[in-house]
Write a protein that binds this ligand. Structure first.
Ligand code: SAH
Length: 278
């Protein structure tokens, strides 16, 4: 008993923060200090047991992302600062995890740059408890980011091997103590058709590009819900925010706006069955 107290009491608090493992639990009211790089790194190393060198890179990218107004609320900022992007890139790219551009993640697809993901996430205006659907799990980073905003995340990936690999990434992280990732529900399939058995959703984020908004996704969005989706010709999409409303007469209205002021942003194509439809 004395030994237990010794291990889990004062000595554990005094132990080198960087060695704290597993990470302490994420709580909705837990915010890291945002006043200085050093305070952020020390706090995160103590609470999450993450590597101070990597935390420094995450902080530096955070400052860059802020310059472009890609993170809007304190909750959006906290989500970015909590998500270990290095766990979602290929192992050989771990040191590159916080670069500002796309990285290859295998299977011919990429992880979206941090700023683009930050702004797409911010534009969803996710509130705690909301149900969010992601189309295009890919690396798994986007859904991980969402778990710091709500506890009900659903994500669909069409490439079976990638869906399986990323499921494994989440499972290993959950095993290491990132228990918030247990709130991510994964499935393999064609996200064009949404996830009917888990619908309706408050928010939908599509992370692959298509030339129109898939009608099944609009159907599965609640009235008042928001969808963020790259729309346009192959390799040259604009990122739209679509807000759905339903009038007293039952008629659906969709108001669209461009969250990057008209900038063209290339995305991996949304593949699947709709391409064969007449
Ligand atoms: N959100 C991802 C971005 C990955 S790129 C991340 O955080 O890394 C887009 C992903 O969409 C790719 O993995 C691609 O395979 C997937 N995708 C393309 N078409 C799809 C479809 N019809 N349904 C589900 N996923 C699809």
């Amino acid at each position: 008993m004395r030994r237990r107290e010794f291990l889990f009491g004062a000595a554990a608090i005094l132990a080198t923060p960087a060695l704290a493992n597993p990470p302490g639990p994420f709580e909705p009211d837990l915010f890291p200090p945002l006043n200085s790089r050093a305070d952020y790194i020390a706090w995160m190393a103590a609470h999450r047991g993450e590597d101070p060198v990597i935390l420094g890179r995450r902080w530096d990218r955070y400052l860059e992302v802020l310059k472009f107004n890609d993170l809007w609320t304190p909750a959006d900022k906290r989500a970015f600062l909590f998500t270990p992007r290095e766990e979602f890139v290929l192992p050989q790219d771990r040191d590159e995890a916080y670069v500002g551009h796309y990285l290859d993640i295998g299977f011919g697809v990429t992880i979206t740059p941090p700023g683009t993901m930050g702004r797409m996430t911010s534009a969803l205006l996710v509130k705690p408890g909301e149900r969010v659907l992601e189309i295009g799990t890919g690396s798994g980073y986007q859904s991980a980011l969402l778990t710091y905003l709500t506890d009900a995340v659903y994500t669909i990936e069409i490439i079976p091997e990638l869906a399986q690999r990323t499921r494994g990434v989440y499972d290993r992280l959950i095993g290491r103590g990132y228990r918030e990732y247990a709130n991510i529900h994964t499935t393999q399939g064609d996200g064009y058709y949404g996830w009917p058995t888990a619908a309706p959703f408050d928010k939908i984020i599509v992370t692959c590009g298509i030339d129109h908004i898939p009608p099944p996704l609009l159907q599965q969005l609640k009235p008042g819900g928001i969808m963020v989706i790259p729309v346009g010709p192959p390799g040259a999409q604009r990122i739209l925010k679509a807000v759905k409303s339903v009038g007293a007469d039952g008629e659906m209205k969709v108001v669209r706006s461009d969250i990057f002021g008209g900038a063209v942003i290339p995305f991996v194509p949304l593949t699947g069955g709709h391409q064969n439809e007449g």
